[in-house]
Write a protein that binds this ligand. Sequence first.
Ligand SMILES: NC(=O)c1ccc[n+]([C@@H]2O[C@H](COP(=O)([O-])OP(=O)(O)OC[C@H]3O[C@@H](n4cnc5c(N)ncnc54)[C@H](OP(=O)(O)O)[C@@H]3O)[C@@H](O)[C@H]2O)c1
Length: 274
Amino acid sequence: MHGRAGTVLKSQQHGELMKVVVAGGTGLIRRQVVGMLRSSGRDAVSAAPLTGVGTLTGQGMKQVLKGADVVVDAFNSPSFQAKTSLDFFTRSAQNLIAAAQRAGVRRYVMLSVIGADQLPENGYFRAKSAQEGVLRDSELPYTIVRAARFFEFVAPVMGLSTRGGRVHLPSTQLRPVAAADVAAAVATSVEEEPLYGVRQIAGPETHRLNRLGELTPAARPDDRRVVTDENAGLFAGIPDGVLTGGTTVSTALTCYEDRLKQNSRKSMIRAGAL
Ligand SMILES: NC(=O)c1ccc[n+]([C@@H]2O[C@H](COP(=O)([O-])OP(=O)(O)OC[C@H]3O[C@@H](n4cnc5c(N)ncnc54)[C@H](OP(=O)(O)O)[C@@H]3O)[C@@H](O)[C@H]2O)c1
């Protein structure tokens, strides 16, 4: 049973700067979450191996959490392999949550994935569900932000899916979202009262992964062709609807094709063509 009273943060009581520790804060989401929080006057600190903090080893955790009001948990497993990711997410969440409780943290925001609770046969999603479970079972006031796949993940997935000069992608249904829009949802959850539940965020449009590949020329050097391969990669065989989040999703504004146009314009400006 969670006590909902007492979520006033230490910093709010004493008129001090709210300290937010962003674990995984050197990853894809980090610049935006840390940057957004700092620009709204928060003392936001990154905690990742690159800054001397390990969620698996516990190294540097006590020091970085000293005086923290809020923890954002946005670390990612170095491997998507089922056993490794399950072990990583479970142990990392246990270590970070225990350390946060010892440090008197009053609010915990976890970044998770849409579909985490619906794909027990998929090792990565099972690991994310287990990570969520560690938080739900803790005494910490929490919000889980489940995000759709980031725009920024499309090109790396295409790189990993290239064989014999072709990009093999399944037609899995997605609602891709800009990492910046996810970061904004995370930053909002840092400021708001804990939900003791889930907030979902996805992009404005539903796409299929093979079609996203066709739309992404920067990840197709030499006009590499995309071939539809329903057995390819981590997202193979996921039924329609699972990764789009249903009706309870908040819809972010940025469209994938608009983002591609912006990126292409930026590259042309950098190359001196505009
Ligand atoms: N990518 C997507 O499309 C997507 C979509 C929805 C949700 N998510 C969720 O968003 C979260 C972040 O994903 P991402 O794609 O942004 O990850 P990412 O870019 O791969 O970044 C991973 C971060 O985790 C850190 N990390 C790795 N091992 C760590 C450890 N032992 N202790 C502390 N930090 C550690 C890394 O630190 P170093 O930089 O120091 O190595 C890095 O800062 C994950 O929970 C993921 O499930 C991702």
